[in-house]
Design a protein around this ligand. Structure first.
Ligand SMILES: Nc1ncnc2c1ncn2[C@@H]1O[C@H](COP(=O)(O)OP(=O)(O)OP(=O)(O)O)[C@@H](O)[C@H]1O
Ligand SMILES: [Mg+2]
Length: 333
């Protein structure tokens, strides 16, 4: 069972964090700096939502799914602070280093070189066009010059679809600047808070558990944070069939590395209660179990069977971002 850290008395670290999804504080504990992410109040949201999101639990679960896949991801623990369950994210930016977000890197692009012609906004946030992001991967010098960037982009595209992370905008991934003398490196994956239906009420979870059709709808009804050229959100499970080779290869990596038993282990390690607070009740646990298994079996597996191109299995001990050699391609069956 994972220990829920007691962060009640942890001193502030003097680090402050951006983002829009709720309160965040920086503390020091066990010799490290931690970002504590609180559940966000939902009073400004329309529709039937709980008064607070379960984003800390989603951040923890989503990050542990990335970790089970072998993708570098920030180290997350469940913790208690101010009488709330929060997600403690170990700060991966060391003194003297700097996180450079993809949004900042993308501003290097001349607007005339961006494939999309119409910068726009949706719900007050800037629309991210997939075509623009793709172009930036190859045309921004420090992105194209950093190992593993293209693979990471598509690994996140696939894994975010699996965990239903609908919110990975251009500030939610990036590079680490280690100082002028050193090459940039990819930052670990961070910000998985708005995934796994973190705004679903207990009543809606109850209805879904009583109705396999609702589980199926939740499993398949995933949209990407990226938009197509006409400004519509991309449906990732459709896109995976579009023949985009980078995307197909990322799905291949995912399918060869994901073991559905991982999920049951991750869920089993989360305590039901800690410090007198509810962490995850049995219905939430069962809901995530059913939806994620359904997404794996009913969405990702059939797409992979139809699109897979690798003749030889990946070396499971190789680093995640290893680029398969040319001759590893070919028909799988
Ligand atoms: N583990 C970490 N270590 C260091 N910095 C981090 C870490 N996780 C997040 N950050 C920084 O804090 C910022 C805010 O965190 P995060 O993106 O998780 O918040 P958010 O409110 O969920 O964001 P959004 O508005 O995108 O939903 C990030 O953009 C990043 O700069
Ligand atoms: Mg963010």
């Amino acid at each position: 069972m994972d220990r829920v850290m007691n962060m009640e008395g942890a001193p502030l670290s003097r680090r402050y964090y951006g983002g829009q999804a709720g309160r965040k504080i920086g503390v020091t504990a066990d010799g490290y700096d931690w970002l504590l992410k609180y559940p966000a109040a939902t009073r400004r949201l329309a529709g039937s939502v709980p008064s607070y999101t379960t984003a800390p639990l989603s951040e923890y679960l989503g990050s542990h799914i990335y970790s089970a896949l072998g993708v570098p991801v920030h180290d997350t623990r469940l913790a208690v602070r101010d009488g709330r369950i929060v997600c403690a994210c170990r700060d991966f930016v060391a003194d003297g280093e700097r996180l450079v977000e993809f949004a900042q890197l993308m501003n290097y692009m001349d607007e005339d070189d961006l494939p999309s012609s119409s910068p726009g906004t949706a719900h007050g946030r800037r629309i991210v066009y997939l075509a623009d992001a793709r172009a930036a991967l190859y045309r921004v010098p420090d992105l194209s010059g950093t190992q593993g960037v293209v693979e990471r982009f598509w690994d996140m595209f696939v894994t975010d679809a699996f965990i239903r992370n609908i919110d990975r905008d251009n500030t939610d991934w990036g590079l680490i600047d280690h100082g002028r003398e050193h090459a940039f490196t990819l930052a670990p994956v961070y910000d998985n808070g708005n995934s796994l239906n973190d705004k679903k009420t207990a009543a809606a979870i109850g209805r879904a558990l009583d109705d396999p059709d609702r589980i199926r709808q939740d499993a398949l009804g995933v949209r990407s944070c990226y938009h197509d050229d006409r400004g519509r959100p991309i449906a990732p499970f459709e896109y995976m069939r579009s023949g985009d080779d980078d995307c197909v290869q990322a799905l291949d990596r995912f399918m060869q590395r994901w073991d559905p038993d991982h999920l049951d282990d991750i869920l089993a390690a989360i305590p039901e209660r800690a410090y007198g607070l509810s962490v995850m009740d049995e219905r939430q646990r069962e809901y995530h179990r059913r939806v994620l298994h359904a997404r794996y079996e009913q969405a990702l597996t059939p797409i992979w069977q139809d699109t897979s191109t690798h003749a030889t299995p990946f070396d499971m001990t190789a680093p995640w971002n290893a680029i398969p050699s040319e001759d590893a391609h070919g028909m799988n069956r």
